[in-house]
Ligand binder design. Structure first.
Ligand code: AVJ
Length: 320
């Protein structure tokens, strides 16, 4: 009986440094109340985000997949051979399968995600589907320094889809891209999804869908705080508010307090004035040139860019 040799390996790249309770309280205690968008993704939040990706108004996911499918051969040849493909925030590893179909000679895929159980489950499934691929699942927060397992490929390419780069604040974005450029030296590449500036009505509709799923996604954050931080938010007293801030070039998502109220969180209290908001997410949008200039300033050389026919979304390939 042939023994099956495992082609999936599991590693811990780093341990999340911050604690949710102190991070959330500090954010709610700042002059302009904020909560990090990473806390959207509890089980319900992840399910709601999956539903968002299928909404008619929410164009980014389907547009990025269209571009990936249409240009995957060009992307694969740009990435090249003898390269380990590293994915930041790999999740279900659904999107990367489009690329893998165009990269039959790829030897190593390194999915990195902070949700260890889901990462390991997705990595195992992919390793069964692609028995000739070495899958190194790395549980880590990729925005912090992390350890990689020993790889045999001579270079690395990072796959960073979804326009998650748009969630970073400008200084965070620069730090992240500079860290990624160092990570990719020498001679590595970055294939990154970037949502583009466009008609404000299209942007506003994508974050204020007619079914109210994005509103549920935003307010679900308060459910998570109630459950995990022993808070007593009443969701009836907070309202989803999302709008495109043209001057800053970003969609802002807020939860607006509909009255003067005091919330208990664990052993602490936070007061809200009527109309005061918690800023829960920024999604920055870029022109091709804006993003290429940012990338150059962080040590990258733009090589290729692929867009859809409406110029709504872009995939950039950059090298160090
Ligand atoms: C997954 C962060 C790219 O910013 O468009 C979707 C999250 N927020 N609808 C985005 C999101 C509201 C999405 N990212």
């Amino acid at each position: 009986m042939k023994t099956i040799k495992s082609n999936v390996h599991y590693h811990v790249g780093n341990e999340p440094e911050t604690d949710m309770y102190s991070e959330v309280l500090n954010g709610l205690r700042s002059e302009h109340k904020t909560i990090s968008p990473k806390y959207f993704y509890d089980k319900k939040g992840s399910e709601l985000f999956e539903a968002i990706t299928m909404l008619a108004e929410y164009y980014p996911t389907r547009t990025e997949l269209f571009i990936l499918n249409k240009y995957r051969d060009e992307m694969a040849s740009a990435i090249g051979t003898d390269t380990a493909l590293v994915e930041f925030g790999s999740g279900s590893s659904e999107k990367v399968r489009t690329l893998l179909e165009a990269m039959p000679d790829l030897k190593e895929y390194v999915p990195i995600d902070i949700s260890k159980d889901f990462l390991y489950q997705s990595a195992r499934a992919l390793s069964i589907e692609y028995p000739h691929l070495h899958v190194h699942a790395v549980s880590a927060d990729y925005t912090e320094k992390f350890e990689l397992p020993k790889l045999t490929s001579s270079r690395k390419a990072v796959f960073f889809p979804g326009s998650t780069i748009g969630n970073f604040e400008p200084h965070e974005r620069v730090n992240f891209l500079k860290m990624t450029a160092d990570f990719l030296k020498p001679n590595g590449g970055l294939l990154i999804g970037v949502d583009m500036k466009k008609d404000h009505a299209v942007l506003n509709a994508a974050y204020n869908d007619s079914k109210g799923i994005t509103s549920q996604f935003n307010t679900n954050l308060l459910n998570r705080l109630n459950r995990e931080l022993l808070a007593d938010f009443n969701l009836e007293h907070f309202h989803h508010h999302a709008f495109y801030h043209a001057e800053k070039g970003r969609i802002e998502m807020h939860l607006v307090s509909l009255k003067n109220q005091t919330i208990t969180i664990g052993s602490e209290h936070v007061t809200f004035a009527e109309g005061e908001t918690i800023q829960t997410e920024n999604s920055y949008k870029f022109t091709i040139e804006e993003f290429q200039d940012i990338a150059r300033d962080c040590g990258f050389t733009p090589k290729k860019v692929w867009v859809d026919e409406k110029n709504w979304f872009s995939m950039h390939y950059l090298m160090v």
